[in-house]
Ligand binder design. Structure first.
Ligand code: EPZ
Length: 426
């Protein structure tokens, strides 16, 4: 198993180019099942989760030509498509559920075993199923009780669906299913993340008729057929936010290329409150943590456009060393403070009470042996390792490999003192 060894580092300096968005490319890859023609996707990040989605689509019968060194993948779902997703692949990536809507269109019957909960929560999918049922899909409730989604439909029809929570995955699955359904679907209280907008622009390029993506009400008018297209994936706003915090926590000065500032309004606002100087130039986003003292601020995670839950742990890393106490409230996932214990092993002295974490701040952190508890938490303990005295050894870095392309190389190029070691003992 691989580990990262992180030493106290100089302020990050130089340039970093952000990769394509993991959370945009995964639903877009799933959506290629909606056409029998070839789709070409560029700026596809070379990530473990992308490889698992490629394996899943191949297993379903798609022909997948991935060239992740060139960040491209071509998918043709032309021949016989099976409706059964193998548990061996689904258990590696819960985002496998994203193929559900498209698969029902292709085969009339989809069977997807569900992974259990994960580090950050139980991850239910009742909203995905509520939407599909409203479109005429039948779900085998007995199998569902055993954690197997067995869903079928001769033909899907439009409907009006209200999401009790603006679930990203439910919005994506329902939007995909509605593109080829008979009639019009109105999705209310939809998720508004930029990744939803990117999926909608991919589907509309294919010939779908989707209006309102990125707002809380999405209208999808069903069409008969979709065609294969080329699509370039949007930049990964969470990777960008992670490097912004890297510049902030080390009092560095970096240029971030391939970033969409409007996707990061909440993160820019909160970092600015902490004294970080963020400016847009022709070349990209300049982030400076070397101008003002680093002061604390409070954050509360919310669905987009609120502060993103995926930035909660990286931002908490910053708050452990910022001047003054702060409070972090996590409202999106019910168990997303697993990284608090890891920060405390480094001397952060954080207390939690339910979905609130109290961070005293102003700490001189010490390097320690820590664990990546989820992919964003893994990046967060690397960030604290950059400023902690001594060495921080991060294990279970396969979590980080799921969501950050060339994370060690990109950090090294900015002057970070980090290396990846293979630990044969584990
Ligand atoms: C997506 O997960 C992202 N993953 C997550 O990123 C991200 O944290 C999350 O959206 C929120 O922004 C991908 O896009 C592949 P949700 P998803 O459905 O779709 C509850 C990362 O680090 N909920 O919006 O699973 C659920 O329990 C990952 O890249 C229901 O209650 O998120 C959770 O508390 C982590 N019922 C909340 O909604 C449902 O039917 C948000 O879940 C569905 C969800």
């Amino acid at each position: 198993m691989a580990k990262f060894l992180v030493q106290k580092s100089d302020p990050l300096r130089g340039e970093v180019t952000i990769s394509g968005s993991k959370n945009a490319v995964l639903p877009i890859m799933a959506a290629t099942l909606l056409t029998e023609e070839k789709c070409e996707i560029s700026d596809t990040p070379a990530l473990r989760d992308v490889e698992v989605m490629c394996d899943l689509l191949e297993n379903l019968g798609c022909s997948v030509n991935k060239n992740l060194e060139q960040n491209t993948v071509e998918i043709t779902s032309g021949n016989e498509i099976s409706g059964e997703a193998p548990y061996s692949l689904v258990k590696m990536m819960r985002a496998s559920i994203l193929v559900l809507g498209a698969l029902i269109h292709r085969t009339g019957h989809a069977v997807i075993p569900l992974p259990g909960g994960c580090a950050i929560g139980k991850r239910p999918i009742e909203l995905h199923l509520k939407g599909l049922k409203a479109m005429g899909v039948t779900v085998d409730e007995e199998k569902l009780a055993r954690g197997i989604v067995d869903a079928s439909a001769e033909k899907l029809h439009g409907g009006t669906i209200y999401l009790d929570f603006p679930s990203v995955g439910a919005t994506e699955v329902i939007m995909m299913a509605a593109t080829l359904a008979e009639g019009t679907t109105i999705l209310e209280n939809a998720a508004q993340e930029p990744e939803i907008v990117d999926l909608a622009s991919f589907l509309n390029k294919m010939g779908a008729r989707i209006k309102g993506a990125g707002t809380d009400t999405v209208k999808i008018t069903g069409v008969d057929k979709l065609k294969g297209v080329h699509h370039q994936v949007i930049p990964d706003r969470i990777e960008a936010g992670t490097f912004m915090v890297g510049a902030a926590i080390t009092k560095g000065n970096i240029l971030i290329r391939n970033v969409v500032p409007s996707h990061l309004k909440a993160v820019i606002a909160k970092l600015t409150e902490c004294g970080i100087e963020i400016t847009m130039t022709d070349e990209g986003m300049r982030v400076r943590g070397d101008v003002n003292p680093l002061i604390a601020t409070n954050i509360k995670t919310l669905p987009y456009p609120g502060f993103p839950t995926d930035m909660q742990s990286p931002f908490m890393a910053l708050l452990t060393v910022a001047k003054g106490p702060s409070v972090v409230i996590e409202t999106v996932f019910e168990n997303r403070f697993m990284h608090v214990g890891e920060f405390n092993r480094m001397g952060a002295n954080i207390k939690t009470d339910g979905n609130a974490a109290m961070i005293p701040g102003d700490k001189e952190l010490e390097g320690a042996e820590v664990v990546a508890t989820d992919l964003r938490a893994g990046a967060a303990v690397v960030l604290t390792g950059l400023v902690a005295e001594g060495t921080t050894e991060v294990s279970k870095v396969y979590h980080i490999d799921r969501g950050y392309e060339n994370f060690v190389d990109k950090l090294k190029a900015l002057g970070a003192n980090i290396m990846r070691i293979e630990d044969k003992s584990e």
